[in-house]
Design a protein around this ligand. Structure first.
Ligand code: MG
Ligand code: MG
Length: 271
């Protein structure tokens, strides 16, 4: 069943979501070639706990990390560990924080150094598709309107692979609530949205085919063709006139622009 939130509850989800943004900004400030994904995870856990919150993912169905760190062909659910980040890597970092009884959830793909131009374009398009989806998160619209906006932009117009097996979701007292928010679908179909619905919208877009497989660790999802994938996510409250984005990329993108080892989605290095 769908739990609609009061405006007070929406504000609590905003607090948790903004803490996720702050945590991802700390990751953005620290990330550089030579670091392990576990070092990023330790940093993120410290930020979350220092703010009196708890990492949403740690222990969720047995997941061991605070972050999901997925590199290059890895799409989502990468386990932090001793993998060393290299120049040219795409590092997708997903994070959740639980505070005052509510979760926040957000993700960002970081471009480390000499990332191929095609991957930088994919990152830009994936982020644009997230905002196209958010634009449909308005009372009276249906979930399929969000799904269609993302799919039609990434897949139909640009030929990228839109992952089917993993989807966005309602969020609140539970990390994953109803309804599912797929990144593919048909306009005018699905649950009709009302004010008070809070959802995580999270396009996962592949440079190649849409097919994914699970790695032997039982968690990590990667592309079947081993081509790069991107993941951006916001927690969003459905509004009467427009969606209210509860998480924020502002601090993250400020940190990205100051980190000499990262490039932004606006910078394409021709190789
Ligand atoms: Mg997430
Ligand atoms: Mg999510």
């Amino acid at each position: 069943m769908i739990y609609y939130k009061t405006s007070d509850e929406v504000e609590l989800i905003r607090k948790s979501s903004l803490l996720v943004g702050k945590t991802l900004a700390a990751v953005a400030a620290a990330i550089k070639p030579g670091m392990t994904t576990l070092e990023l995870d330790t940093l993120a856990e410290t930020v979350i706990r220092d703010h009196g919150a708890v990492p949403s993912f740690k222990g969720y169905n047995g997941f061991p990390g605070t972050l999901c760190v997925s590199v290059n062909e890895q799409v989502v659910h990468g386990i932090p560990g001793n993998r060393v980040i290299q120049d040219g890597d795409v590092v997708s970092v997903d994070c959740g924080a639980f505070m005052n009884g509510f979760h926040g959830d957000s993700a960002y793909s970081f471009l480390v150094g000499n990332v191929p131009a095609a991957a930088v374009r994919l990152a830009k398009v994936t982020k644009e598709s997230l905002y196209l989806g958010i634009g449909k998160a308005v009372a009276g619209n249906r979930i399929g309107d969000i799904s269609h906006a993302i799919q039609s932009y990434c897949e139909t117009q640009l030929g990228y692979g839109v992952v089917r097996e993993l989807v966005g979701h309602g969020i609140g007292r539970e990390l994953h609530e109803a309804p599912e928010v797929p990144n593919f679908g048909t306009r005018g179909r699905g649950v009709q949205m009302q004010e008070g619905l809070v959802i995580a919208i999270e396009p996962m877009i592949n440079l190649g085919g849409r097919q994914v497989v699970q790695e032997k660790d039982g968690w990590t999802i990667r592309t079947r063709d081993n081509k790069v994938s991107m993941h951006y996510e916001h927690t969003v409250a459905v509004g009467k006139e427009k969606a209210d984005i509860l998480s924020s990329f502002e601090e993250i993108e400020e940190a990205v622009s100051k980190n000499e080892y990262l490039i932004t989605t606006e910078e394409v290095t021709e190789q």
